[in-house]
Design a binder for this molecule. Sequence first.
Ligand SMILES: N[C@@H](CCC(=O)N[C@@H](CS)C(=O)NCC(=O)O)C(=O)O
Length: 211
Amino acid sequence: MLTFYDSKGLPNPDRVRIALEEKRVMDQVIVKQVDLWKGEHRTEAFKALNPSVTIPLIVLDDGTAISETTAITEYIDHTYPGISLTGRTPKERAVIHMMQRRGEQQIVDAIGAYFHHATPGFGPEIELNQNKAWGEAHLAKTLEGMRYFNDVLEQQPFIAGDGFSMADITVFTGLEFSETYPKVMVPVECTALLAWRARIGARQSCQGLTR
Ligand SMILES: N[C@@H](CCC(=O)N[C@@H](CS)C(=O)NCC(=O)O)C(=O)O
């Protein structure tokens, strides 16, 4: 059975959990919750599995450990039948990849930099190299990203076009984290983004994300 090192309520592991839920395979997975506030990812045992010291991580039956969210979700999408999350044709795959990368850069990673550098983040024992100016710059980047995705969703129903994909999951989890932890809200004028978020949030896979 696949083992999934999770940390509920954080965007990158949430992306993996939603992908597993979309594939309806949570019952085929062993889930291990890792408390990042307690530094449980900084142990030597975890570092041996993932030298990047980040969650999510999956470990396959043969012992192969895979980190990096997009690598994990590619594995999940190609291992289990059902809905396609990363695209079927070369064009779909490229567009989803591109939009997902924009979602990471402009929302997930940007709000993460704000959280880690300009707020207490995971606390003083974990946040050892804070740079407030760097964090504040990423707050501005996040808000710019929200406006960019609002513009995208004024033109099309989903982040990567006509169908639901990993790109939706990525942006959705970034917004959930943003509003739950550093409390950065989607601007009210971003009506297309807010309407899309309500639609995505109604999916069964997206229920109960907070810790
Ligand atoms: N590039 C990695 C980033 C993963 C990442 O940063 N995960 C966060 C949780 S959302 C984490 O583990 N942070 C640990 C820390 O900041 O010490 C991926 O795509 O999986």
